[in-house]
Design a protein around this ligand. Structure first.
Ligand SMILES: Cc1ncc(COP(=O)(O)O)c(C=O)c1O
Length: 281
């Protein structure tokens, strides 16, 4: 989006990157997450002028900010009431949380969904889909032109299709859930009261050094992030590659064996406990 919030809820967004024209940002309003009242106030004031609302169902680019289902359902009902298209960004969550992604997790039905990452099976693919009346607006059926050099690239399509078939017909999600809980349980059993919280949803997890589970960026404790960033080098020296920023989340895959998962959780715990300074496991 590359648009940051304006100075108040009533103001439009401002570019957060060079190259985004103020006029484009000016068509966008950024609302705080996890704030039912801000949503209600905005829709009451400007809902009838809104074309679309876009949200990452489980924001996973700035920590793992798992939203309350009531918040997501409120957004769904307000967009429906005011005739705005609800776009769910499923680039990270799509086919990762399960076949139904974040929409199924919250039991909501968006109007459009965007996909990437898993849908390409490791190849560079992005996709979107949704309500047939909206999709019928696309060329060649409708007037909206959408195409590109790599659109429908045959190799990427084959990789994505093979991945999705495997996901649809195997028990991958059960396997990932059990690896996720193995990691969480092992970490919890090894930690010695260090104020660490593992926030996890299926195979996505995020380690935070704070007791409460943040649901918005403003609830993330910056001191905890600094602590993570200081620890990162030690974890890397121990052979475990966690994301380099404390705001980034981790993903488990079927390639991770239970042994690796337990080993990683134990190593992480001993570094957090201060028992280990970068020796190789
Ligand atoms: C949640 C989310 N949405 C959108 C994008 C951007 O997707 P694309 O690179 O396909 O434009 C990313 C990152 O790549 C992402 O993590």
């Amino acid at each position: 989006m590359l648009v940051k919030a304006g100075s108040g809820l009533a103001t439009f967004g401002q570019p957060s990157s060079t190259g985004v024209p103020a006029a484009t940002a000016g068509d966008t309003v950024v609302l705080p997450l996890d704030d039912d009242e801000a949503l209600r106030n905005f829709f009451a004031r400007s809902g009838d002028k809104l074309a679309a609302a876009i949200i990452e169902g489980v924001p996973a680019n700035n920590g793992l900010l798992i939203q309350r289902p009531e918040y997501m359902r409120l957004l769904r009902s307000l967009t429906e009431k005011y005739g705005a298209v609800l776009i769910l960004d499923e680039v990270i969550t799509g086919f990762r949380l399960g076949l139904g992604g974040a929409a199924a997790h919250y039991d909501i039905e968006p109007d459009l969904m965007t996909y990437g990452k898993i849908i390409g099976g490791g190849m560079p693919v992005g996709a979107f889909g949704g309500r047939s009346d909206i999709m019928h607006q696309l060329s060649p059926v409708g007037p909206v032109y959408q195409a590109g050099t790599l659109s429908g690239n045959p190799v990427a399509m084959a990789a994505g299709l093979a991945t999705l078939k495997k996901l649809a017909h195997g028990n991958v999600y059960d396997e990932l859930e059990s690896k996720g809980s193995l990691f969480a349980d092992t970490l919890a059993s090894q930690l010695r009261g260090q104020g660490v919280n593992l926030i996890r949803l299926a195979s996505i997890f995020w380690t935070v050094f704070q007791d409460e589970m943040p649901r918005s960026a403003s609830a993330i404790d910056a001191h905890g992030i600094s602590r993570y960033n200081r620890m990162h080098g030690q974890v890397l020296d121990s052979g475990i590659y966690l994301p380099p920023s404390g705001y980034e989340v981790c993903f488990l895959s079927t390639a991770h064996t239970d042994e690796m998962v337990v080993g990683a959780a134990r190593t992480l715990a001993s570094i957090i406990n201060g028992e280990m300074v970068g020796d190789s496991p």
